[in-house]
Design a protein. Structure first.
Length: 597
C-alpha cells in the first residue's frame, strides 16, 4: 500500500511515495511485473507489486481521516492490479464507497495490469470526516485489494481563472494537433508557476481573468493545416509554428487578428500565396523554409477557371473511368502488336454516363472531351496514383489524403464498410466518390448543403445543422472502426440500444473489452491495442465535431496500435498468455481537473 510521501525515484512524473499500512490489513505481494505501459497515470511498477487486503476477509478495507477544513475538496486516484494467481473458482469483486455512497460498483482488478479509477470532480467530507471503503460483493470469494492511492487537495487561488474563451481555444488546439506536453493540464495561465509551456499570459490584476498573448508551438510535431481555432485567441500577440510538418495554405484569418504582431511559420511545408492582409499589416513575418510558399502572385501558375462544386466529384469520377479505358487500351496495344489496318485507331471518348446508387441524380453526363496520353500521364503521376479498382472504375487515394492532400480539400460524405475495398493483402482502399464535396479553408470551417449519406454512418451534427466539415468523415470512420471491432451491424432493432455507438457504450460499462469484441477473434488480440482502438473510435463519434480527432491523428494512433499488435505476435507464447486477460486503459482526459504531472 502506498500514498504520496517520500521520494520514489522510479516515478516518471517525479511523484514521491511512502508505505502506508494499518493493523487491520494484510499485505500481499508478487515477484511478477505489473504492466503499466498504457496507464496514463503510470504508477511505478514497484508500487504496484504490493497491495493491502482486509485481514478479516468479510470486512471492508477502510481509509479514514479528519479534514482540517470542512470545505476542503479532494481528488482521488486509486490504483489497482490483481497480483495473485486466482483459482478457477475464485473471484475478487468489490464496490468503492465514499462516505456511504457507492461511487463505483462491481469492480474486478485486471490481472497484472494497472488500472486507475479517478475522480472526475472534487469530493468533500461531510462534517470534516472522510471515509473511503472497498466492500466485497456477495458473489466475491476474495476480499477487496488496493495497491496505491493518491489524494490531492484543491487549493483555492486568489487569481481569477483564465478567460474561458481562451481556455476552450487552447484546449481545441491541443486536441487538434494531439499535443501531449505534460504541463498542458489544468488552467493554462493560473497559477503562474504552473503556466503551460509555450504560453505567456496577461495578468493585470487578480480580479481580471488572464488572457493568452503568446503561443509557441515550435518543434512540436504538428501535422495538418493551420487550424482556424487559433483566431479565437483574440488577444494573441505572438505566434510561433516553426519547425513542424504543417501543410496547406496560410489562412487569411491570421491577417485579421488585430493584436498579432509576430508570426513565425518557417520550416514547414506550407504552399500557395501569403495573404495580402499579412503582407500589408506591418507585422514581423518569418516564412523561410517553405519552398512552395509565395510572397507574390508571380511565383504561382495561373489559376484555372473554377468549376461549380456540384460537378467536381462527378468529373473526378469520369476522369477515373477515362484513365481506366486508356490504360486498358495501352496494355492491349502492348500485348497485340500484330493488329493493323483501317480498323485500328485511337479510341475516342465522347461521353460517359455514371450512375451513383447514393446520389439523388440517377446519371451524370459529361461534356465531350478527349485526353491525350501525355495528359493522362500527367494527371496520374505516371500511373503511380492508382490504388485499386471497383465497380465504378479505378480507385484513387482513399480518406486522410482527401482531407489534407487535395487542393481544395474534399469530404467523402459516404464513408462506410461497403465503400471500402480490400485487395489480396487485405489493404483497404476508399471508393465511391459520388457524394464527395470540397470544403473551405481559412476563415470558414464548414459548408452548408443538403444532407446526404447513409443512415447509421451519418454525422448527427451535420444532420442537425447542415454544416459539413471534414469531421463528418471522421464520425463515419469511427462507425466503421466500431463495426470492425464488434462484428455487429450499425443499426440492429433487436438490441436494447439499436445504434452501435449506444450499444457499445452500454456494454463496456462493465470495464471488460471482451464484452464487445468480435467473438470470432477468440480473444487472440492485444487488449491494450483493443482498448486504444475502441477509445479512438469513440472519440471519432463524439457528438461534437470539435472534440473529434483529425484523420491525421487517427492514422498516427492506428499505426501505433498496429506496431503494438506486431510486437505482441513476436512475443513468446508463455509471455503472451500471461498478458491475455482483458485490460482497461486509462486515457488522460482533457477536462479541467488535475492529472499526474
Amino acid at each position: 500500500m502506498k500514498q504520496r510521501g517520500s521520494m520514489y525515484p522510479s516515478d516518471i512524473y517525479d511523484r514521491v511515495w511512502l508505505p502506508y499500512f494499518q493493523r487491520e490489513w494484510t499485505q500481499i505481494s508478487t515477484t511478477f511485473q505489473v504492466n503499466n505501459s498504457n496507464n496514463g497515470y503510470a504508477p511505478p511498477k514497484a508500487v504496484l507489486t504490493t497491495a493491502a487486503t482486509p485481514t478479516n476477509s468479510s470486512a471492508p478495507l477502510t481509509i479514514q481521516w479528519n479534514s482540517s477544513n470542512v470545505n476542503n475538496q479532494y481528488y482521488f486516484y486509486r490504483h489497482f492490479a490483481e497480483i495473485q494467481e486466482l483459482q478457477t473458482n475464485e473471484t475478487r469483486e468489490f464496490n468503492i464507497v465514499w462516505n456511504g455512497e457507492v461511487i463505483h460498483s462491481l469492480f474486478t482488478p485486471p490481472k497484472f495490469i494497472a488500472f486507475t479509477i479517478y475522480s472526475a470532480s472534487p469530493r468533500t467530507c461531510e462534517g470534516g470526516e472522510c471515509s473511503l471503503q472497498l466492500t466485497r460483493t456477495n458473489r466475491s470469494t476474495l476480499p477487496p485489494l488496493l495497491n496505491a492511492i493518491e489524494v490531492y487537495t484543491v487549493i483555492q487561488f486568489p487569481q481569477s481563472e483564465t478567460n474561458e474563451i481562451d481556455v476552450i481555444a487552447v484546449q481545441n488546439i491541443k486536441t487538434t494537433y494531439g499535443i501531449s506536453r505534460i504541463s498542458w493540464q489544468g488552467d493554462p495561465c493560473v497559477p503562474q508557476q504552473f503556466i503551460w509551456d509555450g504560453l505567456n499570459c496577461s495578468n493585470t490584476d487578480i480580479t481580471t481573468p488572464p488572457r493568452i498573448i503568446h503561443l509557441n508551438l515550435s518543434s512540436s510535431g504538428l501535422i495538418g493545416t493551420i487550424t482556424d481555432v487559433i483566431q479565437n485567441l483574440t488577444l494573441l500577440e505572438t505566434l510561433d509554428l516553426s519547425n513542424n510538418n504543417l501543410i496547406g495554405e496560410v489562412p487569411d484569418f491570421l491577417g485579421n487578428m488585430k493584436s498579432l504582431v509576430f508570426i513565425n511559420i518557417s520550416m514547414n511545408d506550407l504552399s500557395g500565396l501569403i495573404p495580402q492582409a499579412l503582407q500589408s499589416k506591418g507585422l514581423e513575418l518569418f516564412s523561410q523554409g517553405n519552398p512552395r510558399l509565395c510572397l507574390s502572385g508571380s511565383c504561382l501558375p495561373p489559376k484555372p477557371k473554377p468549376f461549380p462544386v456540384a460537378i467536381v466529384a462527378s468529373v473526378a469520377s469520369v476522369a477515373i473511368i477515362i484513365v481506366a479505358v486508356l490504360v486498358l487500351t495501352f496494355v492491349l496495344r502492348k500485348k497485340r502488336p500484330s493488329i493493323v489496318g483501317a480498323q485500328q485507331r485511337q479510341p475516342s471518348i465522347s461521353s460517359v454516363n455514371v450512375t451513383y446508387t447514393n446520389s439523388p441524380v440517377s446519371s451524370i453526363q459529361t461534356n465531350k472531351r478527349s485526353f491525350t496520353y501525355s495528359e493522362v500521364l500527367n494527371m496520374t503521376n505516371n500511373f503511380q496514383r492508382v490504388v485499386g479498382e471497383g465497380g465504378f472504375g479505378i480507385v484513387y487515394h482513399g480518406l486522410e489524403y482527401l482531407h489534407i492532400g487535395c487542393i481544395p480539400p474534399m469530404v467523402h460524405r459516404d464513408v462506410k464498410t461497403t465503400n471500402i475495398l480490400l485487395d489480396e493483402q487485405f489493404k483497404a482502399r476508399l471508393a465511391d466518390f459520388g457524394l464527395s464535396r470540397s470544403f473551405p479553408v481559412g476563415d470558414e470551417s464548414h459548408v452548408s448543403m443538403m444532407i446526404a449519406g447513409t443512415p447509421g454512418y451519418l454525422d448527427p451534427e451535420y444532420y442537425r445543422t447542415n454544416r459539413l466539415t471534414e469531421k463528418s468523415d471522421v464520425y463515419s470512420f469511427g462507425i466503421v472502426l466500431l463495426e470492425m471491432i464488434t462484428n455487429q451491424p450499425v443499426i440492429d432493432q433487436s438490441r436494447e440500444k439499436s445504434h452501435i455507438t449506444e450499444w457499445v457504450g452500454l456494454e463496456v460499462n462493465s470495464g471488460d473489452i471482451r464484452s464487445i469484441m468480435d467473438p470470432n477473434l477468440q480473444e487472440d488480440y492485444d487488449s491494450d491495442s483493443a482498448w486504444r482502438i475502441f477509445d479512438l473510435a469513440m472519440s471519432c463519434v463524439n457528438p461534437s465535431s470539435k472534440r473529434r480527432p483529425s484523420m491525421s491523428q487517427v492514422v498516427v494512433e492506428l499505426k501505433e496500435c498496429l506496431e503494438s499488435e506486431k510486437s505482441r505476435r513476436n512475443m513468446s507464447r508463455g509471455r503472451m498468455d500471461s498478458h491475455r486477460s482483458a485490460e482497461v486503459t486509462v486515457l488522460v482526459d482533457t477536462e479541467m481537473f488535475p492529472i499526474a504531472r
